[in-house]
Design a protein around this ligand. Sequence first.
Ligand code: ADP
Ligand code: MN
Ligand code: MN
Ligand code: MN
Length: 332
Amino acid sequence: MSAKYQAEYIWIDGTEPTAKLRSKTRVLDVGDEPPIWGFDGSSTNQAPGEESDCVLRPVLSVPDPIRKGPNVLVMAEVLLTDMSPHPSNTRAACAAMAEKYADSDTWFGIEQEYTLFKGSRPLGFPDNGFPAPQGGYYCGVGADEVFGRPLVEKHMTACIDAELAISGINAEVMPGQWEFQIGPVPAPAAADHLWLARWLLYRLGEEYGISATLDPKPVPGDWNGAGAHTNFSTKAMRESYEPCVAAAEALGRRADLHIANYGHRIEERLTGLHETARYDEYFYGVSDRGASVRIPWQVEKDGKGYIEDRRPNANCDPYVVTRLIMETIHEE
Ligand code: ADP
Ligand code: MN
Ligand code: MN
Ligand code: MN
């Protein structure tokens, strides 16, 4: 019998309004590449008709940091049996847009915020009532301020071992809330990496009895929501300032379209409070964390760099966000 390895196929389902991750394992002979595979779309909201077969096409294989050895995680896109993109497949359009504007060499850096829950309460929240108000938790240290660090550290190490482009982590403003950053890398890789990093977070949470949620407003009231600030730059933006401003202006000309595609329940998070601009207003500013789009002070000083779209929700689809940004800055 030949040596075997395990390939964990990971894909995005058809759940609305926010898609979920699914995965299953294929045992393969060492030396064989992960092949095209299939699954039962009637169990994932991906087969409305009588034909339930959906196709999984591998788009990226990385080392599996949990099973280790020769084992891999396989990001797959979902196709119909005629090999065209399934309606739920947002990657195909993202990849096509990146291809169309490949000469611009656009990079993305996405800050994924999330909240850790034990049962029905965020970590750090007492069984009844609320913890001390926000103020000391962001980038905090100490058992009274920081909750869930063992899982967060394990997740970061797993992302590095999986060769994902993770660039950092920090504790966030609300107790139990954290962030990791992916990038800067081009699309669709930035989104592939982000989806794989999300999967690793959920998967490692199983080992701690902790669930991670991308809910954009996990606790109503005076508690920060969770976003996915999307930083980006074209080659031209990395070389001079004027294209940075032009990109911020272009985003403003299609603000409603972006808001409608930046994640379910975005109105609950973009209230104008808690370091956000209202969902129905658009403005950009240097160093302004209350703006829709921020030009970092260093970028103004250097006269080149990148800008930050602060609007995407934590529960956004990064294939959609990166595709729309590329479309708008090139076509608006
Ligand atoms: P913040 O101050 O908003 O919390 P972070 O340090 O969390 O900023 O995230 C900044 C993000 O910007 C990182 O994901 C990083 O990869 C990304 N980034 C840095 N330079 C560029 C660039 N030239 N193009 C695109 N993204 C960039
Ligand atoms: Mn950040
Ligand atoms: Mn943050
Ligand atoms: Mn940010």
